[in-house]
Design a binder for this molecule. Structure first.
Ligand code: GLV
Ligand code: GLV
Length: 298
């Protein structure tokens, strides 16, 4: 019999076609292809029932999946690392120059020598929190702009990855204190939840730019708003928020020194198609009982 799988949202055709060729798409189900907006917890797994063999998420982040509950039920978990690294690193680099709402708000009176100035990359210190595939690639993209030094912070030191950039390991506090740009590329875990809070923003330079393309949950967003309003930090570029979508009356959207994008870092046609194919292949391998091409270790 053709296995039954559930695809939680419209995904690029390349991935859907791969599944349609061998599976019937109804709930009840042997496999689930989900998005980062779907909470996969014990309750959902119970509802799916004992046939469920695999959950495949169309994302590199899997903080929305209770991996322990999946493991307890022998449900494999697939994700899509690697293929989106370039797209996410590219957008992360762009967010270093937070767009300003001055033009649309009618504040562009005339050319003013000191208006809306921020740090430049030439000669700057860039601090990368979460030095995985994406964090390293961000560093690689920024290096040609004349960055003077890279600092990184992660749960352990990564000398091999650091050597190409000449990046130095720093404690979280030291990285905050020394960096002109603080770039968050870490996964959302119990250790990183609310990591960027009032106390962290206080340790940053007053003109520092904070960039987050990982998950909104690593930031205490109210503390960030206060830090931006009070001039504790210079500016922020965000591709992720709490909640998502961000309500249009959020104070973040009133700030001149902040840009918010709607979680689109991996949104290139090529990247999303590759993610869909990888997520489909993870799902199909799980249905066959094989090891997934990209399997989350529990
Ligand atoms: C996007 O946020 C992803 O995790 O792939
Ligand atoms: C995610 O792909 C990371 O390891 O940075």
């Amino acid at each position: 019999a053709r296995p039954r799988v559930f695809i939680s949202r419209r995904i690029p055709e390349e991935g859907r076609a791969l599944l349609a060729a061998t599976c019937d798409s109804v709930a009840g189900v042997d496999g689930i292809l989900c998005l980062l907006t779907d909470t996969i917890n014990g309750e959902l797994l119970d509802a799916a029932g004992p046939n469920l063999k695999v959950v495949s998420t169309l994302s590199v982040g899997y903080d929305h999946i209770d991996v322990k509950e999946c493991a307890r039920r022998n449900v494999k978990v697939g994700y899509t690392p690697g293929i989106l690294t370039a797209a996410v690193a590219e957008l992360t680099s762009v967010l270093l120059s937070p767009g300003i709402r001055a033009v649309e708000n009618g504040e562009w009176g005339t050319w003013k020598p000191m208006w809306l100035c921020g740090p430049g990359l030439d000669g700057a210190t860039v601090g990368i929190v979460g030095f995985g595939r994406i964090g390293v690639t961000v560093g690689r993209y920024l290096k040609p702009f004349g960055v003077a030094s890279f600092l990184y912070h992660d749960s352990f030191q990564k000398p091999v990855e650091a050597s190409e950039l000449g990046a130095e390991y720093a404690s979280f506090d030291e990285l905050l204190a020394k960096s002109d740009f603080v770039v968050a590329c870490c996964a959302l875990t119990d250790e990183t939840r609310n990591l960027f809070n009032a106390s962290a923003f206080k340790k940053m330079k007053n003109n520092a730019v904070f960039v987050n393309t990982s998950r909104g949950g690593i930031v205490n967003q109210n503390d960030l708003i206060t830090a931006l309003q009070s001039g504790q930090i210079g500016a922020a570029g965000l591709d992720v928020t709490t909640p998502e979508p961000l309500p249009t009356d959020s104070p973040l959207l009133k700030l001149d020194n902040c840009i918010v994008l709607p979680h689109i870092a991996s949104a290139t046609h090529k990247t999303r198609a590759a993610m869909a194919v990888l997520a489909a292949n993870n799902l199909l391998a799980g249905l066959r009982g094989d090891r997934l091409p990209q399997e989350v270790e529990s």
